[in-house]
Write a new protein. Structure first.
Ligand code: GLN
Length: 455
């Protein structure tokens, strides 16, 4: 039985809904997981929604001042599908502004790691991961462009699932970079993710890029043994901290004991993934952010009687520093005089990266630590330069850039803080990842934090 079915079989559900609202409000003042919290009926299994996904009549800002006061008149397709199956919406989760970030530090109220509040929760889906770590009965709707589901899941010790690009409708998502954005899920258990993925996935009249993964053929696997084979890319060793290396080798031994064949392989394109991703994602982000004028929504610190230039300069000053950086760099890389040097080249490298990774994934999964470093303290992450910060996405970017489904799962603890590993599979082979983590869960002892609202 998954925890959703377990919840529905409980007799005292009303106690849960009452205590959940109160305890969560108290805890949230310390952890900053939610931007708003809603009371739910005791009959509904709770779900949270990242703040870049529209919920009807609930303020939705993608954590940005430029969207303050925007209250969508409609539900995103994922939200509509959850509500139609009797799930109860409990609130919008905190995130880096528009999804720009890896540690949650680009949000107004800094999200904190529930295992130790001096440490980052990860980003950009920070609040989704915190909520999952503290709530016994809950599932989070999150989103990833370049690792925003994997990174916070790893730092908060929960399972984070990013499906094949296009498997879940993005109708009602506030876009970061359209060729990369994917809606996914976080939970304490892969079983719950499977249950909810079955509900939210699949074609949608409002999103023509959304596909039916069940009808797509998983490419012919060359070897019978592909399901039991795991590849580790040699080049990741150049980027891993010593503590991550030693914990990760412990995971490899455990997987060997479980019967998996572990093989190492070269992948020379690894260090090209970061520049490729940041060129493409910033180019797309800069066009997406062009639409925010401050006319209708956003903090009103300007006057309509001003001339055009002053009005836009003032309203667009509501973007945070990282958003401004991406608008400037993204506009630059797609400029006519440099396009062939940056943007067009990045698209070519992306194509190459997809075909090379696909070749490996025909023979098995790809596994790595989710993050190359152990969870950093907030003050340490804050002192990273932007380039150092981007570099830490080295392991989460490859599957995101190529649209491969991937899952981050907790596998160990370092100084009482969780560590995550990330498994990648071929396009449309999403369910193999869930099978794998279900299998892993049977042999791993999780330490979830708080168990708020447990009955
Ligand atoms: N850290 C990456 C970035 O800032 C990925 C974030 C995301 O997936 N939204 O772009």
């Amino acid at each position: 039985m998954n925890s959703i079915e377990e919840f529905y079989s409980l007799e005292k559900k009303s106690d849960y809904a009452e205590s959940l609202f109160k305890d969560l409000s108290d805890l949230n003042s310390r952890l900053n997981a939610f931007l708003n919290i809603t009371k739910i009926s005791s009959q509904n299994y709770p779900f949270s929604v990242k703040d870049n996904i529209c919920v009807k009549n609930v303020e939705t800002t993608a954590s940005s001042k430029i969207l303050k006061t925007y209250v969508p008149p409609f539900n995103a397709t994922v939200v509509e599908r959850m509500l139609s199956k009797n799930f109860g919406f409990i609130g919008k989760t905190n995130m880096d502004e528009f999804g720009f970030g890896t540690f949650g530090l680009n949000s107004e109220r800094i999200p904190r790691n529930p295992f130790n509040e001096e440490y980052v929760a990860g980003g950009s889906s920070s609040g989704a991961a915190i909520a999952t770590a503290v709530l016994k009965y809950h599932i989070a709707i999150a989103e990833s462009t370049g690792g925003s589901i994997s990174a916070p899941s790893a730092f908060c010790g929960v399972v984070g699932f990013t499906p094949t690009y296009g498997a879940v409708s993005r109708h009602g998502l506030i876009d970061y970079a359209n060729s990369l954005d994917k809606i996914g899920l976080m939970s304490r258990h892969a079983k719950d993710i499977r249950y909810v993925f079955d509900i939210i996935k699949g074609p949608d009249n409002y999103d023509s890029t959304c596909i039916d993964i069940d009808k797509r053929k998983i490419q012919e696997r060359k070897e019978e043994t592909a399901k039991n084979t795991i590849f580790i890319i040699n080049q990741i060793n150049d980027f891993l901290d010593e503590s991550v290396k030693s914990h990760f080798s412990g995971l490899i031994s455990k997987l060997e004991n479980m019967g998996f064949t572990i093989k190492t392989i070269d992948f020379n394109l690894l260090d090209k993934a970061i520049p490729t991703y940041y060129i493409i994602s910033m180019a797309e982000a800069s066009t997406n952010l062009a639409r925010y004028t401050g006319f209708k929504y956003g903090l009103k610190n300007n006057e309509f009687s001003q001339d055009y230039n002053s009005f836009f300069t003032e309203s667009r000053s509501n973007f945070g520093a990282e958003a401004k950086r991406r608008i400037i760099l993204g506009t630059f890389v797609r400029g006519a005089s440099v396009k062939s040097k940056y943007y067009s080249k990045a698209l070519k490298v992306r194509g190459l990266l997809i075909s090379k990774m696909k070749e490996i994934l025909r023979h098995g999964f790809i596994l790595s630590p989710t993050m190359p470093i152990a969870t950093p303290k907030i003050e340490d992450a804050n002192s990273l330069t932007p380039v150092q910060n981007y570099g830490l996405d080295i392991l989460t970017i490859p599957p995101n850039l190529s649209g491969f489904p991937h899952i981050s799962f907790p596998y160990d603890y370092d100084k009482e803080l969780p560590m995550g590993a990330q498994l990648i599979s071929d396009h449309f082979d999403d369910y193999s990842l869930l099978d794998f983590v279900q299998n892993w869960e049977d042999s791993f002892k999780y330490k979830f934090k708080y168990n708020l609202g447990s009955i």
